[in-house]
Design a protein around this ligand. Sequence first.
Ligand code: SF4
Length: 505
Amino acid sequence: MCGVLGIYGHKYVAQDIYDGLITLQHRGQDATGMVTYDGDVFHMKKGLGLVKDVFRTKNMLRLQGNVGIGHTRYSTIGDGGAADAQPFLSQAFYGVAMAHNGNLFNSHELKKELFEKDRRLVNSSCDVEVILNVFTKALTQQKLNGNVNFDHICNAASSCFKRSKGAYSVVSYISKQGMVAFRDPHGIRPLIMGKRKVGMYEDYIFASEKIALDILGFETVRDVKAGEVIWIDQKRKVHSKVLTNKKHIPCIFEYIYFARPDSMIDNVSVYKARIRMGEKLADQIKKSKIDIDVIMPVPDSSRTSAMALAQKLDLPYREGLIKNRYIGRTFIMPGQAVRKKSIKYKLNAMPLEFKRKKVLLVDDSIVRGNTSKEIVRMCKEAGAKKLYFASYSPPVKFPCVYGIDIPTSEELIGSDNSIEDIRKYIDADKLFYGTLKNVFDSCIVKKSDINDLCMACFDGKYKTGDVDKKVLQDVSESRLSEKACGSVEDSFDSEEPGDEQLTII
Ligand code: SF4
């Protein structure tokens, strides 16, 4: 999962990109980067770590221009080093900058093809460099006569759709020509477009989440459609076309966990979806007739659902687990060793709230089970008389090949264990899971732009139709080899402010 942002503004844009990246920080904390274009040259700054630590005043002064692209990275591929930080820049056609959110599961084949057939070297492990090469190759193969038009853009995006397998939302800028954005043929990863009027100018933005538009004062134009390419030319004329006719299946996990609750994705409020998930779970729990004194969330993402659940059950809602906000989220920190260590630093159970109480703890999901086990242990140590655990999403059983770090089946506790086995493992007195139907129904509402969702990590149905056993095996092997390469340490280091920075001028 990553955050991507592109602004076609009319004056110095780096501050807006910076502020936008801060709002998208929850989508990735391994690395960040920004490229701006001043009409003549690109300026770039990339580094490992958080937005606030990577960009310094001297960088911001250098990042001149009215156009910019920014990125927050969580590594799902590669070793998470600075060389994989986005955006990327190609020298083709006077310069093309690009960043994306997503994952290609055929990137190794494409890399090989680009090298052997096209004599193009993809120098990083980052998928966007592959997409950038496919895009620029298709672009420059056409008769451009010094200028790019919308047909050229459609042909180049079409080539990406045909050759790149996986899920990706892309924002790109072609020097002296315009800004391009496209969303993969199934629209799995989110991307939204906005605009704002400043005097006589119209500024445009593309971002992973609507919250970036709200914070920066842009009004929503709409979500980019599945398989759609949008081109804003030099005269700021907007062109758009849907190039494929595949089913739109956005990721259900955006609503469960990834996105900020104050975002809208494909016209569905993440906050309201989580409320509905909590209410539906309350109906399930009510049937079990267990005696509960208090409902508590595992902060932060489960707070909305836990509150709705408590209200529906007419039970008190309390915050018994206190989070240290200055430590990264466990789920998005790769590697088991880091994960174990970080739980202790991250959450503290207040005996004041737990002592002699029958507590129902609500979380968004259970992935490996180790975090839940540790949390249950802490709550019991804090004095809970009974500790019930509820995940408002169903058991996560299958890996994600579309850009989310949901590990191999072997690592997923839900893949081949019964609910009773999981309950015993995490040592809860009762364990509840939301049903997939309830979670699905919570996300699909009348006013939404969607009628289906990707739920492959729950039901194993990879609806893009191109994921077979070999793809799953390759994804599993590449994850395991990355672990063996020591990506854990790299990522942990990346939490150190300003630790390692790569600057490209
Ligand atoms: S497999 Fe799961 S996490 Fe991955 S895109 Fe589909 S729903 Fe989202």
